[in-house]
Design a protein around this ligand. Structure first.
Ligand code: C5P
Length: 404
């Protein structure tokens, strides 16, 4: 199916995240598709129809009983002449109306009258999202074949944190591309292993040595690889990310457990080591909580090196995956360090990112990477994009080079 030329009817409902619809409209237009926008009354409190019309280069529809609109285009044809209806952001209110067939304004009437597929990108406060009413409505909508993009976990406009945050416009565009042109199955039947997240190295029963890795990039890679047709084993350290459907997940805590799980998952065709494995573990784990005592000197911890999983697997004589991919998270001399690292580890491809705090990459939703191949002077530098988008591009890239 050609992606170009497909028409989207975008319904903007009235949440604080409505301003992000402007960015989405820009991205949709850039990707070569047409977009017609309908706004709810409250959406107009957040973004103006004028900005929407300017960006979409189209008339914006607002009122159900507008004679000009009905003369130009009845609401039935408006609901039918598009390939997809996307509600973004979708408030708890519009989801409730959609679940129960309430049609009391133009957007909800279109949703009821349409025979086109409907996708919704919810956005609301975490309590509203978690409320039994919204969750019941979500089950109804899922049963009725409505597709969902997000929501994701994160900071909210109201200052709270949790699920209910609108997916990034970038990720919504990925979902739209996916809808119109499902992922090319570049890895059909290939066995693929991914490590993700941090490791936690225990100090005593209540303390550990850890790092700020969220696991987001590794989990996104698992989703992209699954969508590309691979049989995916995701070996994950402690992470708040949701285990993706259709992926074999093995949860571990320490680097040693991660190495064991990796060995058990072999043989595989491709291995991607995206985990931020602790380089050291505590030499003298205390099985009792280390107590602070008045007058005590501060306890000195000693460390021993953890196994280097990437290096171990890259240097296997038997069972070495055909393609081994490592990550180099650097804060200085990024490219030079990564070039040295690919030689030292012996992997085939190194994905490099600058994780100095100013980039916000560690734990954030976006990533900016460069790719270094073993014994290849040419380095690819990719633009900043969401971790979902980067994952998709990495998997497509791996699909291209896997047989070289
Ligand atoms: O040496 P450094 O930790 O920077 O290397 C990063 C790469 O090596 C990542 O791909 C990471 O998953 C992997 N690694 C590993 N085992 C370790 C340390 C790092 O697999 N103990």
């Amino acid at each position: 199916m050609s992606v170009l030329g497909k028409k989207i009817l975008l319904i903007i409902s009235g949440g604080i995240a409505a301003y992000k619809a402007l960015e989405l409209i820009r991205l949709i237009k850039k990707s070569g598709r047409g977009v017609t926008v309908v706004m709810t009354k409250s959406a107009k409190q957040f973004v103006t129809p004028l900005s929407v019309a300017a960006l979409s280069e189209n008339k914006v529809y607002e009122e159900l009983f507008s004679l000009t609109d009905e003369a130009e285009m009845g609401h039935i044809s408006l609901s039918r002449e598009n390939d997809l209806i996307l509600v973004m952001p979708a408030t708890a209110n519009i989801l409730a109306k959609l679940a129960h067939g309430i049609a009391d304004d133009l957007p909800t009437t279109l949703l009821l009258a349409t025979d086109s597929p409907i996708l919704v990108a919810p956005a609301m406060n975490v309590r509203m999202w978690e409320s039994p009413a919204t969750q019941n409505n979500m089950s109804i909508l899922r049963k009725n074949g409505i597709g969902f993009i997000g929501p994701v976990e994160g900071d909210m406009a109201c200052g709270e944190f949790g699920f209910g945050r609108l997916s990034d416009p970038d990720d919504i565009l990925v979902a739209l591309n996916e809808f119109f042109a499902p992922a090319v199955k570049v890895l059909t039947g290939k066995k693929l292993l991914i490590t993700a997240g941090p490791t936690h190295e225990p100090i005593d029963p209540v303390r550990f040595l850890g790092n700020l890795s969220s696991g987001k990039q590794g989990y996104a890679l698992a989703v992209a690889a699954r969508d590309a047709g691979a049989i995916v084993t995701l070996i994950t350290g402690p992470s708040n990310e949701v285990i993706p459907l259709g992926v074999n997940a093995v949860k571990v805590t320490t680097a040693e457990q991660m190495l064991d799980a990796v060995n058990q998952a072999l043989p595989v065709d491709i291995a991607i080591f995206a985990a931020a494995v602790a380089d050291w573990k505590i030499a003298d784990y205390s099985d009792k909580k280390i107590k602070k005592q008045v007058g005590d000197e501060i306890k000195t911890l000693s460390f021993v090196e953890n196994p280097d999983i990437l290096k171990t697997i890259s240097n296997l004589k038997n069972n070495r995956p055909k393609l081994v991919v490592g990550f180099a998270a650097e804060t200085d001399n990024v490219i030079d360090n990564a070039k040295a690292k690919i030689k030292r580890k012996g992997c085939d491809l190194m994905i490099v990112n600058d994780v100095s705090p100013k980039t916000g990459i560690m734990g954030g939703d976006h990533n900016k990477i460069s790719l270094i191949k073993l014994n290849d002077e040419q380095i690819e530098h990719w633009d900043l994009a969401s971790k979902t988008q980067i994952a998709k591009q990495i998997i497509e890239y791996i699909g291209r080079i896997k047989d070289e």
